[in-house]
Unconditional design. Structure first.
Length: 156
């Protein structure tokens, strides 16, 4: 397996591995659960364009926004990418649709990088390879936070 194939496999696993993935943690989430904000987040200031902090919807919108940013960072390397607006999501279905759409665009951006260009510098993230490894960690971080948000909803 080439270095690029390994990076793409890790990226895919962060989404679709049968356990420990974003897709697996999203199974069974209802609209009500996605919008639930535990009281520990009630005093967190709402960010412009985002659902309330701590909600599953917030995590989905955040990830979709990050995917757009990361794809542009790779495509426009080494220049800084203009800030993209937060993708609007008025429902769980729309948030998941955005997440999948922008994740596919990011996967395409990663796949378009030739093997010998994985060490190209990208603005503010070291190299393309480093950025993709960070994205996989970021996905794992938010998948675990979504799992905790699901538990908080069930225990409300």
């Amino acid at each position: 397996m080439t270095r690029k194939e390994e990076i793409l496999a890790a990226f895919d696993d962060a989404w679709g591995y049968k356990w420990e993935s974003l897709e697996s943690v999203l199974n069974g989430i209802t609209e009500e659960a996605a919008a639930y904000q535990h009281p520990i987040y009630s005093e967190v200031e709402r960010e412009e364009g985002y659902p309330p902090a701590g909600t599953i919807l917030w995590h989905l919108v955040h990830l979709a926004h990050c995917y757009r940013h990361y794809a542009g960072t790779i495509e426009q390397r080494p220049k800084e990418r203009e800030e993209m607006p937060v993708p609007e999501a008025n429902s769980l279905a729309e948030a998941i649709s955005n997440l999948k759409r922008y994740r596919a665009e990011l996967q395409s951006a990663i796949a378009s990088v030739p093997e010998d260009r994985l060490d190209d510098e990208v603005f503010d993230y070291d190299t393309v390879a480093y950025l993709v490894r960070m994205i996989v960690r970021h996905d794992a971080w938010h998948a675990s936070q979504i799992a905790v948000a699901k538990r908080m909803y069930r225990m409300r």
